[in-house]
Write a protein that binds this ligand. Structure first.
Ligand code: TTP
Length: 230
């Protein structure tokens, strides 16, 4: 039976909000999001909201990230449900500063990660159905507006090298094919704008380069990221 889980194609853009100007940084695992956040947290009018990976690694003592990587079929629903909860929390947070800069969003958790798990047969269809319903409800009932997406675009090979270098133990078994399909889903969503709607304009920065060059590229785009709301 042909099932349709997402109303994302027909859903309108998120409701206008009085909340702060919000920038989300997106991109594959290891593309440089944390470097980006560290760079921009020095700007005086920016408040940074990093992704709560530490929370995912300790849910009442359970490392849900590790469980998901060890046995996705069994644990990806638990893990992605918790990711979804922490993302809603970040979307709903008020910021003291002029610009709210968030690492990822509910969008990429659903359109890239959940989608990837399901399409790669790493998530049972019933779990995908439950997460999709949950996501659709949030999208319709909560304010998850984003004003600008900064997409850090890097090849899966660059991402793999960085993942190896940083040595987060949960990620050591992530194969290049997994990074390739996550990459394709980011590209489909943010560049080709297929299947899932992009909620706002997208600024692309290529991060296939060393750290110094990355800082230069961020610096070059600084004004168009920070001054767009003026
Ligand atoms: P990322 O959100 O890609 O963060 P990162 O620290 O790898 O980013 P960067 O290197 O660019 O600074 O992912 C963190 C881990 O969580 C990674 O192993 C992928 C995983 N993850 C999921 O499995 N599902 C999800 O929905 C999200 C958001 C992350």
């Amino acid at each position: 039976r042909e099932r349709n889980y997402d109303n994302v194609q027909t859903a309108s853009r998120p409701k206008p909000s009085k909340k702060k100007y919000t920038v989300a940084v997106e991109g594959n695992i290891g593309c440089g999001k944390s470097t980006f956040l560290n760079y921009f947290k020095k700007a005086h009018n920016v408040e940074v909201f990093p992704e709560p990976v530490d929370k995912w690694k300790d849910v009442h003592g359970f490392n849900t990230l590790e469980k998901m990587y060890n046995d996705a079929q069994r644990w990806s629903l638990a893990f992605q449900s918790f990711v979804q909860l922490t993302m809603v929390d970040i979307h709903s947070k008020e910021s003291e500063h002029g610009i709210k800069l968030i690492e990822r969003s509910l969008y990429s958790a659903r359109y890239c990660f959940v989608e990837n798990l399901y399409r790669s047969n790493l998530m049972p269809e019933v779990d995908y159905a439950v997460l999709s319903e949950f996501y659709n409800w949030i999208q319709e009932n909560q304010d998850m507006h984003v004003d600008l997406i900064v997409y850090l675009q890097a090849t899966p090979k660059t991402c793999q090298d960085r993942i190896r270098a940083r040595n987060r133990h949960e990620e050591q078994s992530v194969p290049i094919e997994y990074l390739q399909s996550l990459h394709d889903l980011h590209e489909d969503w943010l560049i080709h704008q297929k299947k899932f709607k992009v909620p706002c304009p997208v600024l692309v920065i290529n991060t296939d380069c060393d750290l110094q060059e990355m800082y230069k590229r961020f610096d070059k785009q600084k004004d168009s990221i920070l001054l767009r709301n003026k």
